[in-house]
Design a protein around this ligand. Structure first.
Ligand code: CA
Length: 226
C-alpha cells in the first residue's frame, strides 16, 4: 500500500485529503511543517509527497528544493495563487504536478494515482540496444557515460533514459515531456530544449568531441546508436 506524506498546515484541508486518499487505499501521514516533513522523509520515506506551498516554516518550493538533495520522491504542490503556478511550471523546482486551491480531494487522489502509476519501474533498458558507452541503472536513477557517473536532475535522467531505450528513434518534445513525467501543456515544451541543453553540457564534460544527442529540426531529438 503506497504511503502519502501530506504536508499542509490547514487541518480542514488535510482532513478532506486524508479521507479521499484513504478511500483510494493509500496510507497517509500528515505533518504541518516543512522541516518536520524533510526529517520524516529521511527516516521513513513515503512514496509521494503532497506539499502545500504556503507552510508556516518555509515555502513548499524551498522544502522541495531541500528534498531534492536526497530524494527523487514524486511531489504534488497545493497552490493557492496563480502566481505560484508560474513557478511550479518552471519545472526547476522538481515537482511532478500541482493543484490549485480550492480543489476537489478526489481530483488530488486521482493525480496521486496517475503519478504513482507513471513512477512504476519502466521496462528494463534492453542492454543490446543501448549504446555501449552508456550504462543505465534505473533503480538508482543513475547513468554512467564512458564509465563516469553523470550528475543528472530527475528530468534529465528521465529524458536520457527515454532516448537511450530506443536509440536513433526521433522523439518529439511532447513525447519527451511525457517521458519526463511532466503534463504536456502549453509552455512546457520549450523547457525540453533547456533540459537537453544542460544534458549535452554534462555529456560534453565527459567527452567533448562526441555529440550523442541529435537535434531533428521541427521534429525533436534522438540519441546515436553507438
Ligand atoms: Ca498553508
Amino acid at each position: 500500500m503506497p504511503t502519502i506524506l501530506l504536508v499542509e498546515d490547514e487541518a480542514s484541508i488535510a482532513d478532506t485529503l486524508i479521507y479521499a486518499l484513504q478511500s483510494e487505499g493509500y496510507s497517509t501521514h500528515w505533518l504541518t511543517l516543512a522541516g518536520e516533513a524533510l526529517a520524516y522523509q529521511q527516516t521513513t520515506p513515503a512514496d509521494l509527497l503532497i506539499l502545500d506551498v504556503g507552510l508556516p516554516d518555509m515555502t513548499g518550493f524551498e522544502a522541495c528544493k531541500q528534498l531534492r538533495r536526497f530524494s527523487e520522491v514524486p511531489v504534488i504542490f497545493l497552490t493557492a495563487r496563480n502566481a505560484e503556478i508560474d513557478r511550479v511550471v518552471g519545472l526547476e523546482i522538481g515537482a511532478d504536478d500541482y493543484v490549485t486551491k480550492p480543489f476537489s480531494p478526489r481530483e488530488v487522489a486521482a493525480r496521486v494515482k496517475a503519478i504513482l502509476k507513471r513512477m512504476q519501474p519502466r521496462a528494463v533498458l534492453p542492454a543490446a540496444l543501448a549504446p555501449a558507452v552508456f550504462a543505465v541503472d534505473a533503480e538508482r536513477f543513475q547513468i554512467h557515460y564512458h564509465g563516469q557517473l553523470l550528475s543528472l536532475t530527475r528530468h534529465e535522467f528521465r529524458l536520457l533514459h527515454t532516448l537511450l531505450a530506443q536509440p536513433q528513434r526521433v522523439f518529439s518534445r511532447e513525447q519527451l515531456l511525457d517521458a519526463a513525467g511532466v503534463p504536456a501543456e502549453a509552455g512546457y515544451e520549450r523547457n525540453i530544449d533547456s533540459h537537453i541543453k544542460s544534458l549535452r553540457a554534462k555529456l560534453r564534460q565527459v567527452l567533448a568531441t562526441a555529440e550523442p544527442i541529435q537535434t531533428h529540426r521541427g521534429l525533436g531529438y534522438s540519441i546515436k546508436a553507438d
